[in-house]
Design a protein around this ligand. Structure first.
Ligand SMILES: Nc1ncnc2c1ncn2[C@@H]1O[C@H](COP(=O)(O)OP(=O)(O)OP(=O)(O)O)[C@@H](O)[C@H]1O
Ligand SMILES: [Mg+2]
Length: 288
């Protein structure tokens, strides 16, 4: 498999030498290079306050870098109306707290807001909203007032609103936070479906086990900048994990243990789920 650095295609969206500070605040990001490659599931990790949300807002155009550039398909983004519309029809951000995103009276109205705002014909809006509600498994909630939703339902509604824009890049800020285990599983299944349909998904998370299981690449924000690479080897770098305030994913720890016991070849991938660990253990069990 080719790593992100070898791909000849320009990144779908990228920051080059980007710096950002909030008004009267210290620098949050300095000289950052970061890219989102088409089709690669990307997990963004780092401690509280490391700048994950800020980076995501820079990528989606909600914030503008003080220095450096944001590029879309290799072209610098212009922050005028035309440039921002082009960016927002390509990149959609779902913020961490659904209550910061939802504002319409009902689920259906909220999800249709973006497509209506694009000036799409009614039939097109209806079809996009139906598709987004189905993808998030909330079609039955279309007429439900948003203030009568559970937290997980609000999260799903917020994601549906972004999906209805049919973005090429869907950026999710801690989408699994606050979801129960079944809700997390269902969300991952939904994201798999979106990925199969050609959407590139970027997710900020504190959950290293989820990142190991779900992502192709992991980007770790540390005080020294961002380090991006294929997930399993990147999340096995203990010093980097320490700098990013993260622990070792259990799958990486289990793979290390299996390798030192001679039960897993160095070249073989380690387990990412309990099921994969069980399958490896079954293969490694002496049969005599
Ligand atoms: N609206 C704001 N005004 C001023 N400073 C802010 C603002 N939002 C964030 N910051 C600061 O910018 C830095 C990065 O914050 P950011 O929210 O990007 O971190 P994060 O990695 O998303 O953290 P968390 O894991 O807690 O969500 C922090 O030091 C924070 O205090
Ligand atoms: Mg955040």
């Amino acid at each position: 498999m080719s790593g992100p650095a070898q791909s000849p295609e320009p990144a779908l969206v990228a920051l080059r030498g980007a710096s950002f500070a909030y008004e009267e605040g210290p620098d949050v990001l300095v000289g950052l290079d970061f890219e989102v490659r088409e089709g690669r599931a990307l997990a963004l990790l780092g401690r509280n306050g490391s700048g994950k949300t800020t980076l995501m807002r820079l990528l989606s155009g909600g914030l503008r870098p003080r220095a450096g550039t944001l590029t879309l398909g290799g072209e610098p983004v212009t922050y005028d109306r035309k440039g921002l519309t082009r960016l927002r029809t390509t990149v959609q951000l779902v913020v961490q707290d659904p209550d910061d995103q939802l504002f319409a009276a009902s689920v259906g109205q909220d999800v249709s807001f973006g497509p209506l705002n694009l000036g799409l014909p009614d039939a097109e809006v209806r079809s996009r909203v139906g598709e987004a509600l189905a993808a998030l498994d909330i079609a039955a909630l279309a007429d439900r007032p948003t203030h009568m939703l559970s937290y997980g339902q609000r999260k799903r509604t917020a994601i549906a609103g972004a999906v209805a824009m049919r973005p090429r890049v869907l950026i999710l800020d801690e989408p699994t936070a606050g979801l129960d285990p079944d809700g997390q599983e269902r969300l991952l299944t939904t994201l798999d479906g979106l990925r199969a349909g050609g959407t590139t998904v970027v997710m900020a998370t504190h959950d290293v086990d989820l990142a190991l299981r779900w992502s192709d690449d992991a980007a770790l924000l540390t005080p020294d900048g961002v380090r991006t690479g294929p997930t399993a080897p990147t999340l096995a770098r203990t010093e980097l994990l320490r700098q990013a305030g993260l622990r070792l994913p259990w799958g990486v720890a289990a793979a290390g243990l299996l390798r030192t016991r001679g039960l897993l070849a160095d070249s073989a991938p380690g387990p990412r789920t309990a099921e994969e660990l069980a399958a490896l253990a079954a293969m490694a069990t002496p049969t005599d």
